[in-house]
Design a protein around this ligand. Structure first.
Ligand SMILES: Nc1nc2c(c(=O)[nH]1)N[C@H]1C(S)=C(S)[C@@H](COP(=O)(O)OP(=O)(O)OC[C@H]3O[C@@H](n4cnc5c(=O)[nH]c(N)nc54)[C@H](O)[C@@H]3O)O[C@H]1N2
Ligand SMILES: Nc1nc2c(c(=O)[nH]1)N[C@H]1C(S)=C(S)[C@@H](COP(=O)(O)OP(=O)(O)OC[C@H]3O[C@@H](n4cnc5c(=O)[nH]c(N)nc54)[C@H](O)[C@@H]3O)O[C@H]1N2
Ligand SMILES: [Mo]
Length: 759
């Protein structure tokens, strides 16, 4: 049985498989991105648009949160940045006529790929209660509808305000301000599903929930460990930094259940040599089992402790707390358990140790491979232990480097998009604006879904994103969303969340990063913060996709005026007219933004302060960097089952599907594939090319099934499997989350593979 595309959807999913590639980027990548851009934008617009990505005075690439280098190339973008831009700057349009032709039920039957391909949203539209399709609505009426529903709630806590990570600092600051003046901290965001585990682990151990390195630190490192990250696809510009580091003598270890092309060899399309031969990046590849990283770092820590003079004793004495308890736990690490947990050999680990001991300056980079497990928080804390032991935090060329996803996800948090805000932040808001913000914690993503499911939340408002596709347990989430009174999405493009609605629904079309933003006081720019805490301006140049679009800050200002009315203490009209006035308030409320308007005028932007990085000061509860000593955990795998990770292909941006190829993994024309180690496949009698259903097994006993996946024999670690998100989100139980951070454990799902016959 081949997987069936949704009804009426011309997109055919018929995977063809050629085996993994060993080199990333190069001319193929350039050609590929230009082809996609031309299809969406035409030749002239492509040139105009791509040349202003990440340039001083241009717009910030909406692709990822990797920082901009000080010396920029004429074309400072990568294949996937180009795709993200083409997706937004497309000439295709979704107009009111489109909605007249396509009832919501029709949209719900389409694939995410098809929905995204229809183009940019042009008009606000409303799905009335009992109606079967969206109808055009004026902006005034749209805000009246929202006000009606919110003001009819029993409590502001029955409303949920989600944020995805492209929202600018200015829009994010206003959005949280509105929610808090309304009276709720229900501000879940995509971070809850993404780097929350990093934030939880780092705030507790070093006192700041962000990375402690700048781009130049990567260039200075002796050793860079990249664990649980696929930069060739998801942060392609990071490969240039790794290449430069190697040129300066660094060595690179990649820790991953999959051999990822970008980490093996890199052809830098911005250098002549890169276009021909390329550079080998990885010196040591540790093909670890899913979830084995805590055990790996624990044994490395034991081995460091056992090596004379390997510990930086001055640093430990002066700057850390909890060393004795940690050392006792680490000394007890056991080889047998380590080898089972990691699937590595003792030689692999000893080689790794030698490289660590030979390196003075060490950086560990990671992304979703480490954050989406049940034990992600202790896993990342073990990495902090590892770095602290040799004084690798707070000096050049060393530190923690969680590589963020969405281009402003870190900035949104800095602006207060957080369901558990710090008291000091709320105090500052109160002082500046004169209303009393709520102190009770709000819902994160998982809790918001439960609240909708249980009828405790009735209005769902999303600032960007695609909540129903990005969230776990698709069936549960969709049923929860359908119970809402009102669902509202501020969006640039059509997606599945628009088709799975509450009793009534609104789509509010907004400007993208690439577009000119004209307000009462003239042309505006916005600001963003990258993965390394650098803040800079972003200014769109293109004509907006439609004259009807409002910017995100304008939408929040009008929303707030509609809902809060004359009683509001906040000058929303002034904010909408001139974003500099928003930045003046940010400067007064958020530490590090003093003199914001003046400093952001510098085209290179400015770095936010980071006490551990800048002064080796650790603002934790103990006033020191904390060693921690959690028990080592790793996923248990019942016999005959596989541990599935849900990850990204090369042709997608989260739930936005650009195409059906995963070039570096050698897969074309289809997404319903499951990668299985050939030896596991042999034991399970799963021929390459056969079709299976993925069946989730979890302790709640509910059967979760994703049908019709083509088996691909692939050199992943034993016992592990991989398939793409969001098709597999149906398998991730809502309650299977990381301890402390509550992030869905979407990289360790126990599944059995049931044959569904061959095609
Ligand atoms: N083109 C493109 N760019 C993107 C995105 C996109 O979808 N497309 N998404 C953006 C976002 S929001 C994010 S958060 C980032 C995501 O960036 P990544 O984290 O690179 O994304 P994933 O595809 O989830 O890849 C996870 C990687 O971790 C490995 N891994 C999985 N489990 C484990 C484990 O237990 N241990 C170890 N050591 N490795 C493991 C996987 O094999 C894979 O290489 O990318 C951002 N950039
Ligand atoms: N199983 C599984 N689930 C996962 C993950 C995983 O690895 N596995 N990864 C998780 C991660 S890391 C993340 S970050 C989340 C992502 O979750 P989200 O951020 O919610 O999802 P996206 O797919 O990035 O959102 C895409 C939509 O954003 C809208 N959009 C794009 N640009 C703009 C803009 O400028 N403004 C506005 N208002 N809207 C815009 C478009 O309408 C587009 O359809 O998914 C999570 N879910
Ligand atoms: Mo993310």
């Amino acid at each position: 049985m081949a997987s069936k595309p949704p009804k009426g959807d011309p997109v055919q999913d018929a995977p063809k498989v050629a085996g993994p590639k060993h080199t990333a980027a190069g001319l193929t990548a350039v050609g590929h991105s230009l082809r996609m851009a031309h299809q969406q934008m035409g030749v002239k617009r492509t040139a105009l648009t791509l040349l202003s990505v990440n340039q001083k005075n241009g717009f910030d690439c909406p692709g990822c949160a990797w920082p901009e280098p000080e010396h920029r190339h004429t074309a400072e973008f990568c294949e996937n940045g180009a795709k993200a831009v083409a997706e937004e700057a497309t000439l295709r349009r979704v107009t009111p006529e489109f909605f007249a032709e396509h009832p919501v039920a029709d949209l719900a039957g389409r694939s995410g790929y098809w929905l995204g391909q229809q183009g940019r949203l042009t008009h606000p539209v409303h799905l009335p209660e009992g109606g079967d399709r969206y109808e055009p609505v004026t902006w005034e009426r749209a805000f009246d509808i929202i006000a009606e529903e919110i003001n009819a709630l029993g409590s502001p806590d029955e409303a949920v305000f989600y944020t995805s990570g492209r929202t600018s600092n200015e829009a994010a600051f206003l959005y949280q301000l509105f929610a808090r003046e309304l009276g709720t901290n229900n501000l879940p965001d995509c971070s809850n599903m993404c780097h929350e585990s990093s934030g939880s682990a780092l705030s507790e151990t070093i006192g700041v929930g962000k990375g402690s390195v700048l781009l130049e630190d990567l260039h200075k490192a002796d050793l860079i460990i990249v664990a649980g990250q696929n930069p060739g696809t998801n942060h392609p510009r990071m490969l240039s930094a790794l290449e430069k580091a190697k040129g300066n003598g660094a060595r690179i270890i990649s820790v991953n259940p999959l051999p990822e092309a970008g980490l093996e060899r890199f052809k830098n399309p911005q250098t002549p040599k890169g276009l021909t031969t390329g550079a080998a990046l990885t010196d040591l590849f540790l093909r670890i089992r899913l979830g084995g990283d805590q055990a790996l770092f624990r044994i490395l820590n034991k081995l460091i402790l056992d090596t004379p003079d390997a510990v930086d004793e001055d640093f430990v004495r002066e700057h850390t707390h909890g060393y004795e308890d940690f050392a006792e736990a680490a000394r007890a690490a056991d080889w047998d358990a380590t080898l089972t947990a990691t699937g590595l050999t003792r030689e692999d680990i000893e080689t790794c140790l030698r490289m660590v001991l030979a390196s003075r300056r060490v950086i560990v980079c990671w992304a979703m491979g480490l954050t989406q497990h049940k034990h992600s928080v202790p896993m990342i804390r073990e990495i902090v232990n590892f770095l602290l032991l040799r004084g690798n935090i707070g000096r050049p060329g060393a530190g923690v480097c969680p590589v963020r996803g969405h281009s402003n996800v870190q900035g949104d948090r800095t602006m207060g998009i957080f369901e558990r805000p710090a008291g000091a932040f709320l105090d500052a808001l109160e002082k500046e604006f004169g209303f009393t913000p709520p102190r009770e914690h709000g819902y994160d993503v998982v809790r918001a879904i439960r609240a909708l499911r249980d009828g405790d939340a009735k209005v769902f408002f999303a600032m960007g994103g695609n909540f129903v596709s990005a969230s776990p347990d698709t069936e549960v989430t969709e049923a929860a969303m359908r119970r809402a009174r009102l669902t509202v999405h501020v969006s640039t493009k059509l997606n599945r969340s628009h088709a799975v609605t509450g009793a009534r629904a609104l789509i509010l079309p907004t400007l993208g990063r690439t577009e000119r933003d004209l307000q009462g006081s003239g042309e505006q720019f916005v600001t963003v913060e990258d993965s390394m805490g650098m803040v800079h301006a972003s200014r769109g140049r293109l004509e907006p996709a439609s004259a009807q679009l409002l910017s995100e800050p304008a939408i929040v200002c009008r929303l707030a005026r509609g809902v809060l009315g004359a009683g509001s203490r906040v000058p929303w009209e002034e904010f909408e007219k001139d974003y500099a006035t928003i930045r003046d308030r940010i400067a007064r409320v958020i530490p590090g933004f003093e003199d914001f308007n003046a400093r952001v005028a510098d085209p290179s932007g400015f770095a936010l302060p980071h006490a551990p990085r800048d002064e080796r000061r650790f603002p934790t509860a103990t006033g020191k960097a904390n060693f921690t000593a959690a028990p080592v955990e790793y996923p248990e795998l019942p016999k005959g089952r596989l541990l599935l990770q849900t990850l990204r292909s090369h042709d997608q941006y989260n739930t936005t599907i650009y195409g059906l190829d995963d070039r570096y993994r050698g897969i074309r024309n289809g997404r319903r594939v499951v990668l299985v180690n050939p030896e596991d496949a042999r034991e399970l009698r799963l021929a390459d090319g056969s079709y299976v259903d993925l069946v989730g097994e979890w302790k709640d006993g509910v059967e979760r099934r994703a049908p019709g996946f083509r088996v691909v024999h692939y050199p992943t670690a034993r016992g592990c499997a991989a398939a793409y998100y969001p098709e597999t989100n149906v398998l991730v139980p809502l309650d299977a989350t990381a301890d402390t951070s509550n992030t869905p454990a979407s990289k360790s799902v126990v599944v059995r593979l049931e044959q569904s016959g061959t095609d």
